[in-house]
Structure formats: structure tokens, C-alpha cells
Design a protein around this ligand. Structure first.
Ligand code: SF4
Length: 189
């Protein structure tokens, strides 16, 4: 029996509608429920490098249960490199240090300290080093004259790859304000 073009198209539309209705049924045993179902999601940025890929973090009862690329983020559009893809294992890991561990000079053991203690200790050591090594002037051997330099050679600043432009700007301003001329960035190594 022959079939007209109109009958052929009508048949195709009915078949497509039937398939769509079948798809609205319960998930089969082969389609397990998503573990992120009912989770709270929030967005953040991967801390590893200055590409700054977006992440979606799913939490349930205050615990991170999944981290994946943010499909709405303009930079990565859902994709992540191998480091970013391992972010869940960084966030949820028994071996992750979450407290300050301090080993005193000459000591063989680490002791737990507070974050406030660590910040005070870093500030104190920076001040002591700067006071001890700050130079107002320096002799230029070429013309044997003293020149104002206002700097310390006792410290160096080192930026991390996770810093974005604005953070790098603040970091370098802070270094210059301290009189630090030895300023480097991990991305150049
Ligand atoms: S480490 Fe990878 S996922 Fe993270 S910001 Fe850089 S490129 Fe993106």
C-alpha cells in the first residue's frame, strides 16, 4: 500500500510524542537517583590557578557531598582540568590539615596553635626582620655616592598562582610598602 508524504509526517509526529511521554515515567533500575538530589548548591572559584574556573559545591547537612565545574561560568563553562576535578578529594579528606601546626626551631615535634597565634607570630617576625635589615641609603660603587633606597633585603615576597590581578596588585603594593624589593610570583618559575 502506498503512503503519502502527509501520512508519513503525521506518523512521525505521533511516534515522537509517544517517545516523549514514555520518557516522563519513573526512572528505571538502570538510572539511580542522583546523589546531589535535594542538596544545597553554592558557587565558588577553584583556588589552584589564576584561570579562575567556576565550581558548583553541593552540600547536605553542612557537609560537602559533591564539587563539579559550573556550566554557567563564563571561563570554564562546566569543564575542569585534572586538578580542579580532584577538588572534592581536597575538601573531603581526613588527611587535610585544618589547624595551624607549629614546629619550634630545633624541636622534633609539631604542636597545635591558633590562627591568631600564627598571625601574631608572622607579624612579629616580619617587624623584627624589617627593623634589623632596613636601609635608608646605599652606596653606589659606580659614583661612590649614597642614594636613598628605603628598602629591606632581609625578606622576600612570593605570590601564588591562585592570585588574580587585583590580589596581585594588593600583594605587590603591600611588599613595596614594607620596603621589599625581592618580589616574585610562582607562575614565573
Ligand atoms: S587549576 Fe584547573 S580547574 Fe582550577 S582554575 Fe586552574 S585550570 Fe581551572
Amino acid at each position: 500500500m502506498g503512503i503519502s508524504r502527509r501520512q508519513f509526517l503525521q506518523g512521525g509526529v505521533l511516534a515522537a510524542a509517544g517517545t516523549a511521554l514514555a520518557g516522563k515515567g519513573e526512572a528505571s533500575v538502570d538510572s539511580p537517583e542522583l546523589r546531589t538530589k535535594g542538596a544545597t548548591t553554592s558557587t565558588t572559584i577553584c583556588p589552584y590557578c589564576a584561570v579562575g574556573c567556576g565550581l558548583v559545591v553541593s552540600t547536605k547537612n553542612g557537609k560537602v557531598i559533591n564539587i563539579e565545574g559550573d556550566p554557567k561560568h563564563p571561563i570554564n563553562q562546566g569543564s575542569l582540568c585534572s586538578k580542579g576535578s580532584s577538588m572534592f578529594q581536597v575538601a573531603v579528606n581526613d588527611r587535610r590539615l585544618q589547624k595551624v601546626m607549629y614546629r619550634a626551631p630545633g624541636s622534633a615535634r609539631f604542636e597545635e596553635k591558633s590562627w591568631d597565634w600564627a598571625l601574631d607570630r608572622i607579624s612579629q617576625l616580619m617587624k623584627e626582620t624589617r627593623d634589623k635589615t632596613f636601609k635608608h641609603t646605599e652606596l653606589n660603587k659606580k659614583d661612590n655616592k649614597q642614594y636613598v633606597v628605603n628598602r629591606t633585603d632581609g625578606m622576600a615576597f612570593f605570590g601564588g598562582a591562585g592570585l588574580d590581578n587585583e590580589e596581585c596588585y594588593l600583594w605587590s603594593k603591600f611588599a613595596r610598602a614594607m620596603g621589599v624589593g625581592q618580589l616574585e610570583h610562582q607562575a614565573r618559575l
